[in-house]
Design a protein around this ligand. Structure first.
Ligand code: GLU
Length: 533
């Protein structure tokens, strides 16, 4: 999830915020916007697309004022468009908010606010924040108090910055499960999702913690946790901008590997209710959810890494739902005259939502009158626009070339679909669905634990990096994981690698194995583990 920058000081706020947003561009985004308080009125400029377009708009619509907030968006709710770009405003337009993250309970809140007469102008989850703050301020509270009450009503993940025309000297920030830092200057203070945004102005920063609220003016920053005033340590960072972008990681791919727990959690956020043992996808899948009980066949169409997550899907759907499932490499599917019968669904898996062969596969299904479901990371992508329904993986942008966290996000989405269908098709007893729901809920913690072993993996890499060939073996769900491992090694290390179902070893590949051929066996606790050894 993308970027927030806010400023209170003596310079032109729009310029400082724009500059900060540019420094967060590496995080990826689909839209951007800025709002400032200009003579007790809030003015904003926003739009879909690149920051350069925002910069052009700002040249035409100059924003003056010394307090402002800005945002780069990676859409999770509603397509990338001007209406959905942040900042989002209250009914009267005198309160605006930028937000990174997902508000899980926004549908219920929105229903109540609509019933109370609030007018919504976007499809985002974020907009409820502006209206909630408006509601609380109209009952007599100040901005700080209104934000405090608002965050006690919302659930999910958020980093927010809010300004109000009635309090033109400050902005309020709050965070939960999404990063925010405060930068301390001389007669000016800053807020950002990440350090590079503030580095040209200050190296003195403080990190907001979950549950923190900050009230920032030109002359100072106050921190609160609930009602209580608290202190946060000021840290002096000695990074340069480039270093800061990647945090403590050597490259983006490594950073994204470590973002997997977050990616998995964001994918099931607001969709998985482990205590009740359900995954609720009805709203998103409204156009196909009626099909679930009568589905007779699923075709999964994908390329590369997404193809491998599709293969895991096949194992899951056939085992737990007794639902026949074929998985095709999209470039084969589109040219091989697949037979698509009735009560069939084509699932297209594509991180970007723009993979040409996968789109062609979807169009082929559409032409045959078969409904399609896109599992994609990009809201508003071609796949999401063309599919009958979309399930978004919400992993945030992937900067690294090789897909990592997007793969785990896709697997999570497939599991959610499995649970939803298992209930709708009565394919599994409720207690089994609950057990599986709890296991997914637990996955981020388990992945974090596995990532603690990074040093051991690095040791193996040092031992084997001279290898010319590599073999990955696995059975059952781990067979697609072996394929994915081999793909990663080829792509990133330029080492020839093959993934094989372990049981196939004796039918040929064993001839290649000698003392120089490293073999990676993926053998988790499963029904086929004993067969491998
Ligand atoms: N959920 C919000 C939206 O879709 C914020 C997304 C973000 O983190 O950029 O607008």
């Amino acid at each position: 999830m993308c970027g927030i920058v806010a400023y209170a000081g003596h310079r032109n706020a729009a310029s400082v915020v724009l500059d900060g947003l540019k420094r967060l561009e590496y995080r990826g985004y689909d839209s951007a916007g800025i709002a400032v308080i200009d003579e007790r009125r809030i003015k904003s400029v926003r739009g879909a697309g690149k920051i350069i377009a925002l910069e052009q708009s700002l040249k035409k619509n100059k924003l003056s004022g010394v307090v402002g907030i800005g945002h780069t968006r990676w859409a999770t709710h509603g397509k990338p468009s001007e209406e959905n770009a942040h900042p989002h405003a209250s009914c009267k337009g005198d309160i605006v908010v930028v937000h990174n993250g997902i508000i899980e309970n926004y549908i219920d809140i929105k229903k109540n606010l609509l019933a109370a007469g609030h007018i919504f102008r976007s499809e985002t989850d974020t907009e409820v924040i502006a209206h909630l703050v408006e509601k609380h301020m109209s009952l007599g509270g100040g901005l700080l108090e209104a934000v405090r009450k608002t965050i006690s009503e919302i659930t999910g993940a958020y980093a927010i910055a809010v300004i109000s025309a009635s309090q033109p000297d400050c902005f309020i920030a709050a965070r939960k499960d999404a990063p925010l830092i405060v930068g301390f200057g001389e007669g000016e203070n800053f807020l950002a999702s990440d350090i590079p945004a503030v580095l040209p102005y200050t190296k003195r920063v403080a990190f907001l913690e979950d549950g923190d609220i900050a009230r920032v003016t030109a002359s100072g920053v106050e921190f609160f946790c609930g009602d209580e005033k608290i202190e946060r340590d000021v840290v002096v960072v000695n990074w340069d901008s480039v270093q800061a972008q990647k945090g403590n990681y050597r490259h983006f791919m490594l950073k994204e590997i470590f973002e997997q727990p977050q990616a998995v959690q964001d994918t099931f956020r607001g969709r998985l209710y482990p205590e009740e043992g359900i995954a609720i996808l009805d709203e998103e899948l409204a156009r196909i959810s009626g099909m679930a009980p009568s589905l007779e066949r699923v075709h999964i169409v994908a390329c590369g890494t997404s193809y491998h997550s599709g293969l895991v899907g096949k194992y899951l759907f056939e085992k737990f739902l007794a639902l026949p499932c074929e998985v095709d490499i999209a470039s084969e599917f589109r040219y091989r005259n697949p037979v698509l019968g009735k009560n069939t669904l084509v699932i297209a898996i594509t991180q970007s939502g723009e993979t040409a062969d996968t789109l062609a596969g979807m169009r082929l299904a559409k032409a045959a009158g078969v409904p399609t479901l896109a599992i994609t990371n990009v809201v508003g992508s071609t796949a999401s626009r063309e599919a009958s329904a979309s399930l978004f993986t919400r992993c945030g942008p992937e900067i690294g070339v090789a897909s990592t966290k997007a793969f785990t996000g896709q697997l999570t989405a497939i599991y959610l679909l499995l649970l939803d269908w298992a209930a709708k098709r009565k394919a599994l007893p409720p207690e089994e669905i609950k057990r599986m729901a709890l296991a997914i809920w637990d996955a981020p913690v388990r992945i974090s634990e596995a990532l603690k072993d990074a040093a051991a993996v690095e040791k193996l890499a040092k031992k084997f990096f001279h290898a010319k060939d590599f073999l990955y073996l696995g059975r059952n769900y781990n067979y697609p994981i072996a394929l994915e491992g081999a793909l990663k090694l080829k792509e990133i290390s330029y080492i020839h690698a093959e993934g094989y179902p372990a049981g196939e070893m004796k039918h040929g590949p064993i001839a290649l194995i000698d003392e120089n051929m490293p073999v990676m066996i993926i053998a988790t606790a499963s029904s086929t583990r004993d067969k491998i050894f």
